[in-house]
Design a protein around this ligand. Structure first.
Ligand code: SF4
Length: 182
């Protein structure tokens, strides 16, 4: 009899289950438990877009951020992994590279990755909070992205006039839009 069937589940609190038993539980095959259905099986098409998270560092710190990104986060993709990404694009002939974070532009290898991917003929998407374009050291970023025809997908940070960070973000956004419309 499988180990899972021998567990006195009702008398054993889940929190006290040993790791080995938890592994057995997580490996249960649920497929036989599914009802027969006429719903068509999903079919995998060609891989077209590779989305890559370059790290959790961000110039903003939005409350809604699902990766809890912020200025103090240090996790960042290494150069070696960036080169692995480029190799993957090349070998799999993937046409679109979609970059996200944190603020992906704050990864030290962001521009290298964009340049190399562009040279491979990939379309590059930068998921950008826009305020990064006004940060010290990033004032040439807009020109860099434009020169490589990077598609900027803007997701706005939290903007709340009542907080100092919100006011700064709002001012940055206004400057970015003014530059775009100049
Ligand atoms: S701008 Fe985006 S990545 Fe940065 S903290 Fe806000 S939601 Fe997170």
């Amino acid at each position: 009899m499988p180990l899972i069937d021998r567990l006195p589940v009702a008398s054993m609190p889940v929190m006290l289950l040993p790791r080995q038993i938890m592994n057995v539980i997580s490996m249960l095959d649920s497929k036989p438990l599914l009802f027969p259905s006429s719903f068509p099986a999903p079919r995998r098409k060609t891989l077209r877009i590779l989305q890559v998270n370059l790290g959790y560092r961000c110039n903003q710190q939005c409350q809604h951020c699902h990766v809890n990104a912020g200025p103090k986060r240090t996790e960042a993709m290494t150069r070696q992994t960036v080169d692995d990404v480029l190799a993957c694009l090349r070998e799999q002939r993937i046409g679109v590279l979609d970059l996200t974070g944190g603020a992906p532009e704050l990864n030290a290898h962001f521009r290298y990755l964009v340049e190399q991917a562009s040279e491979l003929g990939c379309e590059v998407i930068d998921r950008c909070n826009l305020t990064i374009l006004e940060e010290p050291g990033q004032r040439d970023l807009a020109g860099f992205l434009a020169a490589r025809r990077v598609r900027v997908v803007a997701s706005m940070p939290v903007i709340c006039r009542r907080t100092s960070t919100g006011s700064v973000a709002l001012a940055s956004m206004r400057q970015v839009f003014a530059r775009c419309n100049a």
